[in-house]
Structures are given as structure tokens and as C-alpha cells.
Design a protein. Structure first.
Lengths: 277, 609, 120
């Protein structure tokens, strides 16, 4: 006996199996991202200090990435509609654009990530606190340094190029111990390692803000990647699959499309929460 | 009873059959997508983990009864396997803690849930609803593989430098992340895999029960076992993801140095300096996310067991379950309410009176449907023509044992009494009563009950009865004294068995429970009972394997004369279970129907019967 | 979900329109974040409101939820209920503290002043 309702819907539920399955899976994903959002709320409400995202994250890039995902959402549903209208070529085009958008999103995200990893904050023993970029010996803009690594490598001093506006604070806060404001644009100073209380790149270990930023966007990014893998597989097998089992293939496109829309949906919340609030 | 194998199997489906015959050993037994094979895989793996988890506590009980003394015989084995932590064959404090943490983790996530939900559910549910398989067979296979790999990672963690996780199965931060070894990382990776396995499994179960019920199998004609599995699947689907999120965050704390759960002002373990972390995190956040799963998880442990007990009772009283509708609505209520009671595990974290009262209220409310379920099962015995076979003995014992477990939970659910009892041996006694002579007895009942359908042979009744009587005696001798210890105030998770308390001279507990020494002495009795309980399982283990080859063969496909569809198949059911979808014409428990010719009527008997 | 090719054609138009609305909504969100409403929580509320509207459009039209069966709605409502419970109850738990409990939390201005002290 074959498994029924793999393509044709069951009468009383009106659903075929995979559609029910994906909605159930998406319900669990709502709880997954929901738990992370609720952690964000709890940690932020309970924090003493939270950075202003405008001076840490690049809003134009984030906005562009949001637009890319929205476009991919449109193209993925258009891909399904094309199959419903029996136009395989249109499907290939729309699915292809969706994949390209997804890869663009990931590419831009990777650019944003690595940019953070070579952006530093330093707290000195004599009470200064700057953000900016560093040079360690002949390494220009290295990744992932911290005070422990400096000590382990026996580095005696680093060159610190200070940001004109301290990352994390509003531009106007000049009188609140924000040492950056005392210095001119992009001034470089030398800091001795013995004077460094803490040095950290903008990595999860830096603060709960960045821990949340990387975890939320990282998990989202993994879901984007998963979606890309599935969509590429469906794109490559479309030719034979659509000829032999068109209805089943169309349903698989609908199901993968539902997943993709969910990925877009999560980003619709992530973008304002992380970049704008 | 309708015959489901017939001549036309070979004619019309010859091609289909040949495909499956030529699959070879690996595809048929290792990489199978058949729900029955996967069910057996889950079952055997889970039983092995159950045994391993029990061995861990057997060793712990030595340390509690005879602190700092080398474990006889096994001590040398431990030392050769694990090195310094078992120097001289003595279980060190770190090793004790890792045994404790892994005993809990293995029993809950690697043994009971896979056995109760995945094993019994996978094998029985598609049969009971009249389906050919689960809706997503390949995802089903992948679920098992995730579980298996997760289990391997958990066990492997014992053998890495520093050993396995040590912060309890609850893995509270900051302790979990500040212990400098890698056991916690392995635990977290294992958990991520196990959670993934459960999530995919629950999607499968829910979709199968909704979509693949045979014609005529309406919701109110489902065997109650299917309802319990349905609610369990929903609980797993929605309650596990927050723990997955928390696990990812704790992994980040451990591996990436973040501070999700590490507060500002945390001192380093060397003492004196601030820990080298950013701070700003909340240890309570971990507790909320953990218990958001943790509480529904206990209903995952009990509901399938209740379902098994119900099936065995209906079958062995030869009458329908009493209060089927109440049972259905109650199990739905239990599932729903279980999501909003979790902070009764957190009464001592400094929550205020309003929120404590909220959780106390929901906790009291959830006891109502639980009691309704237990009452319906008790009343189902009334007027029954009871057959006292081994599965029935275990099912009967479940009722009062779960009753004790449930009732002793009430003082824990009340915020004021929990102040005294939290983190004591009372808690250990309470939850073990529910899970050990509760769930595990139900699972034994299930094994004895469905064994003939899977293997075509009965398990030996004499060995079964010996297993039952020894188990119930030693279960009670093991866990009952722990209530006393807990009320006297003995803390749990103490490696020295309570020797710390001997330094206290002025004790006024208000209840004449006994001096600390008397409470500590109980450790010896408990340990002896626990080891005897272990020995009592030998007849079962022997019976389980011996009966496969030498058990009494069943005379027909329905040796228990049962009404549900799982017994209306060949033994064992073939790939695809039913040749054509069975047509369901009646409810699941048509036993002793007044005016009927036969003692029982199967669900798919023709209408006219 | 209608199988008719003609109906799909109509839906195609709506997909484009919704897509345009979503892009406009994104721009709106960014602009609204620049406006100073006086209190930060108003910005948060506005941002979340716009996000909810956008998400609803994606769910209702791109994911076809508007023409979906009751079963899906039931699961989703239960999910939303539990998600809300998780957020609300954990927040409540961290704010409802016993009377006279010691909870050290520097208000933002104090924290910032202390930093200033330290520098001079």
C-alpha cells in the first residue's frame, strides 16, 4: 500500500502531507527564533547600557540586504506560479533569481561580519575607552585580537586608529567621558600592552549586544544557506522531475517556497530590531 | 478478523515486492525507511541506553553508601578506562558529578523519550491508525540517525580529557560554562542533535496522525494511545526549540566566550579576579529557557506511558475504557497547560509573590486533568474480567505508583512548601516515582504486550512475573526512604552522601524524622535496594533475547484478542502493513459488547457484525 | 488553493503589488527610525508595528495563509500563544521581585556619570 496524499490533498484537511509537514516545522522555527527574540528582550531590558545600532551597524547595507530578500520572496512565489501555469522556463528564471538573491544576501552578510571582526574596542588601565582599528607589528587590520592574544604573542604596543564617532554611542554625546570626542578624525595613537585593561574585536565575546547580533543573524544565515542548498537541488533536478511528476514537483516548490518566505519573515523582524532600535 | 495477506499480494504488487526483496541487508535493517524497523532500532538503542544509565547510578549508589571506598571489581575497570578521576577505584567528586549529570541526561533524552515516544510510537501508531507507514519515511530514518549520533557524542564525552559534563542534566550557567573542560561542549552538541531528531520525529507523528488515518478512523475512534502520542508530539514540536536556542547560546558562551548567561561581576574560578568575560548576561535566562522545555518534557515522559497502560487495561479487562471523551479532553488540556507551569522549578530564584502565585495556580490547575486521566483508568478496572498476565501486572502497578508520584508532587508545586523541599532528596523520590515505577513499568508492559506482534513469539510468563514482583518491591525500597531524607533536608547531588550534615549539632526540623546519621544510614539501604533492582532486571533481559528464538510461538495474529488495528495484521506486519486501507467501522474498545456473538469486535470488522 | 491558471495570473499581479508595498515599508521603517518621538519605546513600537504588517503580508499572500485551512490556523495560534507566554512570563519574572530585595541596577545616567567621574 502506497502512502496516500503525497500530492493530492486529503479531503477533510484540504492539505497534502508535505504542506502540513512544512507548516508544523515552521511552527517549531517560530518557537526557535521566538526564544532568541525573547532572550534579546530580556537581556536588553535588564542591561545597564546598550549601544546605538546606527553607529555600529551599516544601515544602508542592511536596508539593501532586506530589499534583496524581499525581491527573492517575490521571485520564489513567482517560480511556483510559473509551474502552476506550466511554464518551466519561467520557473527556471525565477528560481535562478531567487538563488542569486540568496547568495547576494549571504555575500553581503559575510562582508558585514568580517568588517566587525577587525573593528576593535579598547579600555585602558588609565581610564580611556576608544573604538577603532589596530595595527599589531606589521599586521594591518588583523582579525580577532584580544588582550590575551597580545600577551601570548609578547606584543609590547599596538597602534590604534580611533573612530571619529565612537561605535555604539550617538554622535552628540561629547561630554560623557567618550574619549573619542577629545580626538580629531582618525587619529592614530600608540597604546602599550601594559596599559590595556581589555581589548576586544566586535565579536560575540565583546558584549551581549554582539553575542545576540551574531547568534541571531548567524542562525538566520544558516537557514538562508539551507534554503539555498534545497533550491539549487530543485533547480538542477527540475527538468526531469517536472516531466515525470509535475504535480509532485510543483508541490515541492510550494513547500520549499514556504520555508523561504519564513526566512524572509524572520529577517523582516531582525532588521529593524538589530539595526534600527 | 480479516486476513490481510492474500494471493493478490504477489500478483498485483510483484514488482513492488521485488524492489524490496533485493534491498540487501543494509537497506533492510540499517538504513531502512520502514517505520517498524525504525521503531525497533529506536527501541533496542533506547533499552541499551536505559541499561547504561542505570549502571551509572549503580556506581553512584556505591559512593553514597560507602563514601571514598574503592568500588569492588568495577573500580579497577573504571580506573583503567578513565584514569585519575577514578584513582584507586574510588569515584572522585568530579566523576560522581559527571555520572549524575549523564545519568539524568541519558535516562531522559536517550532512553525514556526515544523508547516511549519514538520506539513505541513509530511501531504502533501507523498500525493503529491503519496507515502503510509514516508520512515522511526518509525523514524518519534521518531522525533515528541524528539520535544515534547524538547518543554516541554523549557517551564519547566520558573519554575526553576532563570527562563528561558535570553540571547536572539541567546544566545551569554559570557553572556549566565555567568548568574548564570540554564535556559541556560535547553535551551541548549531543543535545542539538537529539533535539533535531525529536523535532523531525514530531513533525512526522503529527502529520501521520492527521493525514493517514484509514477511512472511517475518525478522531473519536482513535485508540487513546494514539491521542497521547499526538499530544506528546505537539509538546516536543513547540517546547524543544527554546532549549535548542538556549543550547546554542550556552555553546556560544563556552566556545566563543560570550556572556548570554554570565552576569556582570562574575569572579573567575581562581578567586579574587573578575572573570574575563563581558558580563551583562542572565543566569536566570538559561533557567527559564531550560524549564520552558523541561516541564513539558516530563509530560512527554508520562503521556505515552499512560497510553500504553490504557491499551493494556482495556485489553485485559475485556471492557472499554471508562470515560474515553474525558481522557481525550484531559490529555489535550494537560498538553496545553504544560507550557505555562515551568517556573515552579524556579521558586527559589527570587521571584516575587505575584509571578510565583501565577505559576503555582497553573501548576495546581494542571493536576486536575492528570487526576481525571488516572481516575478514568482506575474506574476502567471496575467490573472488568481481569486477566493477570505480565503486561497487565505492570499496567496495574503503574496506577498506584504514578498516584504516589503525582501526589508527592503537590508539596513541590506549592511555593511555600517547595521552599523546604527544593533540591532535596524529596524531589528525587517524587520524580523517580513518576518515571521509574511509573513510566518504566508502563514501558515494560508495552514490551511484553507488543513483543508477540513484532517477533511472533510470546515472552515467558514465569520470568515476566518474577521480573514484575522483584521490580515493584525493590523500586519501592529504593525510592520510598528518599522522601524521608528529603523532608529531613538532605540536599541532592552531594557526592559525600550527606556527611557534610554531620558537622551540624543543633537540628530542629520540627518533625521527628531522625538524626542526620540515621538519614545518612538510609543511603546503605537505598543502595542495596537499587542494586537488587538491577539484578531484578536480569530475568527481563534474558527473557527478551531468549524468547526471540525460543519463546512460545503465537497461535494466530491476535494472541491477546485485541480490537485495535495493530492486531489485525500479519505477524510481523509486512512492508506497507495493509494490502488495502482497512475500513474502520467502530470504536477502539468493542470488548464484551452486549448482544454481540463474539467476546470482542475488531475496529475493521464489517458493519453487519 | 485554486488550480486554475487564470486565477494564478491574477495572483501574480498581487504578488508584484505586495512586493512593492514591502519595499516601501522597508524604506518607511528606516525613515521612521530617524524621527525623534521623545521616548525610545515609541520608536520601538512603530518599528515593530511596521514589521508586523510586512510579516503579515508575506504570511497571508506569499504563503497563501489567507486561503489556507483551519488546521494550519489552529497550530499557528497555539504557537503564537506559547511564544507570547514565553516572552511575557520571563519578563514578568525578572521584574516581579520580592519586597525589599536588593537589586543593583544603575539607571543609565548614573552609569554614564560614573564613567565620566572615572575619566576626570
Amino acid at each position: 500500500m502506497d502512502i496516500p496524499y503525497t500530492s493530492t490533498p486529503r479531503e477533510d484537511t484540504g492539505l497534502y502531507n508535505a504542506k502540513l509537514g512544512i507548516w508544523l516545522f515552521l511552527a517549531s522555527e517560530v518557537m526557535l527564533f521566538g526564544a532568541l527574540f525573547s532572550s534579546y528582550i530580556l537581556l536588553r531590558v535588564g542591561s545597564d547600557w546598550w549601544p546605538e545600532p546606527q553607529s555600529i551597524l551599516n544601515i544602508p547595507i542592511g536596508t539593501f540586504n532586506t530589499a534583496v530578500l524581499i525581491v527573492s520572496s517575490v521571485t520564489v512565489v513567482m517560480a511556483w506560479a510559473s509551474l502552476k501555469m506550466n511554464r518551466l522556463n519561467k520557473f527556471m528564471m525565477f528560481q535562478g533569481i531567487t538563488i542569486l538573491c540568496a547568495l547576494t544576501f549571504l555575500g553581503i552578510k559575510s562582508f558585514e561580519y568580517q568588517e566587525k571582526w577587525k573593528h576593535y574596542e579598547v579600555w585602558t588601565v588609565d581610564g580611556q575607552n576608544y573604538t577603532g582599528h589596530i595595527e599589531v607589528g606589521d599586521k594591518h587590520n588583523p582579525y580577532f585580537y584580544n588582550h590575551n592574544k597580545l600577551a601570548a604573542e609578547g606584543v609590547e604596543e599596538i597602534t590604534f586608529t580611533i573612530d571619529p564617532v565612537k561605535a555604539g554611542s550617538l554622535a552628540g554625546e561629547e561630554d560623557i567621558g567618550v574619549a573619542n570626542a577629545d580626538h580629531h578624525d582618525h587619529e592614530s595613537i600608540v597604546i602599550k600592552t601594559s596599559n590595556i585593561k581589555r581589548l576586544s574585536a566586535f565579536v560575540p565575546a565583546h558584549s551581549t549586544y554582539f553575542a545576540l547580533y551574531f547568534t541571531l543573524t548567524g542562525l538566520h544565515g544558516l537557514h538562508v544557506l539551507g534554503g539555498v542548498v534545497v533550491m539549487v537541488y530543485l533547480w538542477l533536478t527540475a527538468g526531469t522531475w517536472f516531466k515525470t511528476k509535475p504535480e509532485q514537483f510543483t508541490n515541492r516548490i510550494e513547500v520549499s517556497g514556504l520555508f523561504w518566505h519564513f526566512v524572509d519573515l524572520v529577517w523582516i523582524f531582525l532588521f529593524p530590531v538589530l539595526y534600527l532600535m | 478478523m480479516q486476513a490481510t495477506t492474500s494471493a493478490h499480494t504477489h500478483g498485483a504488487h510483484a514488482e513492488h515486492h521485488d524492489e524490496h526483496h533485493d534491498q540487501g541487508f543494509l537497506r533492510t535493517y540499517v538504513f531502512s525507511t520502514d517505520h517498524k524497523v525504525i521503531g525497533i532500532q529506536y527501541g533496542v538503542t533506547a533499552l541499551a541506553f536505559l541499561f547504561f544509565g542505570f549502571c551509572l547510578v549503580g556506581l553512584m549508589r556505591w559512593q553514597l553508601a560507602y563514601p571514598a571506598q574503592p568500588v569492588p571489581v568495577l573500580g579497577k575497570v573504571l580506573e583503567s578506562l578513565l584514569g585519575d578521576v577514578a584513582a584507586g577505584g574510588v569515584i572522585s567528586s568530579g566523576l560522581y558529578n559527571s555520572f549524575g549529570a549523564m545519568h539524568g541526561t541519558i535516562m531522559v533524552f536517550l532512553a525514556i523519550v526515544p523508547l516511549a515516544f519514538a520506539a513505541f510510537g513509530n511501531y504502533v501508531v501507523p498500525l493503529q491508525i491503519g496507515a502503510p507507514d509514516m508520512t515522511f519515511p526518509r525523514i524518519n530514518m534521518f531522525s533515528y540517525q541524528c539520535y544515534f549520533v547524538g547518543g554516541v557524542i554523549m557517551v564519547a564525552s566520558f573519554f575526553i580529557p576532563g570527562g563528561a559534563a558535570q553540571a547536572g542534566w539541567t546544566s545551569y550557567s554559570p557553572l556549566a560554562t565555567t568548568i574548564p573542560t570540554d564535556g559541556q561542549t560535547y553535551w551541548l552538541l549531543g543535545m542539538v542533535l537529539l533535539i533535531t531528531s525529536s523535532l523531525l520525529g514530531s513533525v512526522n507523528f503529527i502529520a501521520t496522525i492527521i493525514q493517514l488515518r484509514a477511512p472511517g478512523m475518525t478522531w473519536m475512534r482513535l485508540p487513546w494511545f494514539v491521542w497521547t502520542q499526538f499530544v506528546t508530539a505537539f509538546i516536543l514540536l513547540l517546547a524543544f526549540p527554546p532549549l535548542e536556542a538556549a543550547g546554542i547560546m550556552q555553546l556560544a558562551d563556552k566556545v566563543l566566550g560570550s556572556s548570554f548567561f554570565l552576569p556582570t561581576g562574575l569572579m573567575s574560578s581562581g578567586g579574587g579576579d573578575l572573570a574575563d568575560v563581558s558580563g551583562g548576561g542572565s543566569p536566570l535566562l538559561w533557567q527559564h529557557l531550560f524549564w520552558f522545555l523541561g516541564h513539558p518534557e516530563v509530560y512527554v515522559l508520562i503521556l505515552p506511558a499512560m497510553g500504553i497502560v490504557a491499551e493494556v487495561i482495556a485489553n485485559n479487562t475485556r471492557k472499554p475504557l471508562w470515560g474515553y471523551r474525558s481522557l481525550v479532553y484531559s490529555v489535550l488540556a494537560v498538553g496545553f497547560i504544560s507550557f505555562i507551569v515551568w517556573a515552579h522549578h524556579m521558586y527559589l530564584t527570587g521571584m516575587g509573590t505575584k509571578i510565583s502565585t501565577f505559576f503555582q495556580t497553573t501548576t495546581m490547575i494542571i493536576s486536575i486533568p492528570s487526576v481525571i486521566i488516572l481516575t478514568c483508568l482506575f474506574i476502567s478496572l471496575w467490573g472488568g474480567s481481569i486477566r493477570f498476565n505480565t503486561p497487565m501486572l505492570f499496567a496495574l502497578a503503574f496506577l498506584p505508583m504514578f498516584g504516589i508520584g503525582g501526589l508527592t508532587g503537590l508539596p513541590l508545586g506549592f511555593n511555600f512548601s517547595d521552599l523546604l523541599l527544593h533540591d532535596t532528596y524529596y524531589v528525587i523520590a517524587h520524580f523517580h516515582y513518576v518515571v521509574a515505577p511509573g513510566t518504566i513499568f508502563a514501558l515494560f508492559a508495552g514490551v511484553y504486550f507488543w513483543y508477540p506482534k513484532v517477533t511472533g513469539r510470546m515472552m515467558n510468563e514465569t520470568l515476566g512475573k518474577i521480573h514484575f514482583w522483584l521490580s515493584i518491591i525493590f523500586m519501592n525500597l529504593t525510592f520510598m526512604p528518599m522522601f524521608k531524607q528529603g523532608i529531613a533536608g538532605m540536599n541532592r547531588r552531594m557526592y559525600d552522601g550527606g556527611a557534610t550534615y554531620l558537622g551540624v549539632t543543633d537540628i530542629s526540623s520540627g518533625m521527628d524524622i531522625g538524626t542526620p546519621q540515621a538519614m545518612i544510614d538510609l543511603n546503605v539501604n537505598i543502595s542495596h535496594a537499587a542494586w537488587a533492582l538491577g539484578l531484578a532486571q536480569l530475568p527481563f533481559i534474558f527473557n527478551f533475547f531468549w524468547s526471540i528464538g525460543f519463546g512460545k510461538k503465537v497461535e494466530n495474529d491476535n494472541p491477546w484478542q485485541a480490537t485495535t488495528l495493530d492486531w489485525q495484521t500479519p505477524t510481523p506486519p509486512p512492508h506497507g502493513n495493509f494490502v488495502t486501507p482497512p475500513i474502520v467501522t467502530r470504536g477502539p474498545y468493542e470488548y464484551s459488547v452486549p448482544g454481540a456473538k463474539a467476546d470482542f469486535i475488531p475496529q475493521n470488522a464489517p458493519e453487519s457484525v | 488553493m485554486s488550480d486554475d491558471a487564470h486565477d494564478i495570473q491574477k495572483h501574480v499581479r498581487s504578488y508584484m503589488i505586495i512586493g512593492a508595498i514591502l519595499l516601501a515599508g522597508t524604506v518607511l521603517t528606516v525613515l521612521a527610525a530617524q524621527i525623534d518621538f521623545g521616548h525610545h519605546w515609541i520608536n520601538v513600537a512603530v518599528g515593530l508595528l511596521i514589521a508586523t504588517v510586512k510579516a503579515s503580508l508575506v504570511a497571508l499572500f506569499f504563503m497563501h495563509l489567507i486561503s489556507e485551512k483551519t488546521a494550519i490556523y489552529m497550530f499557528l495560534s497555539v504557537t503564537v500563544f506559547f511564544f507570547t507566554g514565553l516572552c511575557v512570563l520571563t519578563l514578568w519574572a525578572s521584574h516581579d521581585l520580592p519586597k525589599d530585595s536588593v537589586h543593583i541596577r544603575l539607571p543609565k545616567t548614573e552609569a554614564v556619570e560614573k564613567t565620566a567621574e572615572h575619566h576626570h
